[in-house]
Design a protein around this ligand. Structure first.
Ligand SMILES: [Zn+2]
Length: 264
């Protein structure tokens, strides 16, 4: 089984992990064969659902950071498994068929057959090993530095997906996702200041929350977490090429990494 994630080590004294869950498009052939879309439809779905080029933003920000953060990157498409969804009934997106293993597309079509029986295998092969590895990376940062700060790096499309639970919300240049327990107010403030050059910044709108490994969730305040969701047209043109805005996104992330290290 190919490993679906990549860990790029940072500096030993860094407490920051840049987590990039949705930038990849790769789908293994056996998983691809179970999707109900033809190649053109799949391309369109990947264009819509992928946080395109956010891995490059995280890598660039890491390179430019005085203290290099650790990177944890999903190298498989979220259409294989979505590591940020709960793998059980807690997941609100289950009600639109988009839990940890998507049954529906972003337009509400069937992505997998209604009698698809491969969900457990996908969770066992990809979801659980990923979650375990990220949990271990967080533990290792706590052992080394006393705390771990996850910065969850995303982007989102300017247009609302039809099949969604967040209709009618603002779609700002930057959305900061926070958690009452795991996001200190000082960290949220630092994120707002770091990205203000990009335009309007909203908290938990249109996407709420931030990733914390379940072992620590609501229990261990040495684990801090914050999500950045950049609206994709702040740094990409319609052909998914970078425009000049990418420098502001990378600079903003460098600032946030630096603040997170200082606050650690
Ligand atoms: Zn995302």
């Amino acid at each position: 089984m190919a490993t679906n994630f990549e860990i790029i080590p940072g500096d030993p004294q860094s407490s920051v992990i840049l987590h990039v869950p949705h930038s990849a498009r790769f789908i293994p052939a056996d998983v691809r064969s179970e999707l109900l879309l033809n190649d053109d439809e799949l391309l369109e779905e990947l264009d819509s659902m992928t946080d395109s080029r956010t891995d490059e933003i995280a890598l660039s920000a890491a390179e430019k950071s005085a203290t290099k953060p650790w990177l944890f990157i999903n190298r498989f498409s979220r259409l294989v498994i979505d590591p940020e969804r709960f793998p059980d009934d807690r997941e609100i997106m289950n009600k639109v068929g988009m839990g940890a293993v998507y049954r529906k597309t972003s337009t509400g079509r069937d992505l997998r057959s209604s009698n698809f029986a491969g969900e457990k295998a996908l969770l066992d092969n990809y979801f659980h090993p990923y979650a375990q590895a990220l949990e271990e990376l967080v533990s290792s940062r706590i052992e080394s530095t006393g705390v771990a700060t996850i910065i969850d790096v995303h982007s989102y499309r300017p247009e609302q997906h039809e099949n969604a639970v967040n209709h009618g919300q603002k779609r700002p240049a930057i959305c900061i996702g926070t958690d009452k327990f795991h996001t200190p107010i000082t960290l949220a403030d630092a994120a707002r200041a770091s990205f203000s050059a990009l335009g309007d910044v909203y908290e938990n709108e249109p996407y709420a929350g931030t990733y914390v490994p379940l072992k620590f969730y609501g229990l261990d305040n040495r684990v801090k977490s914050i999500m950045m969701e950049t609206r994709s047209n702040t740094f990409l043109d319609d052909a998914f090429d970078f425009h000049t805005g990418v420098d502001l996104v990378v600079e903003g992330l460098v600032k946030l990494v630096s603040q997170a290290e200082i606050q650690a």
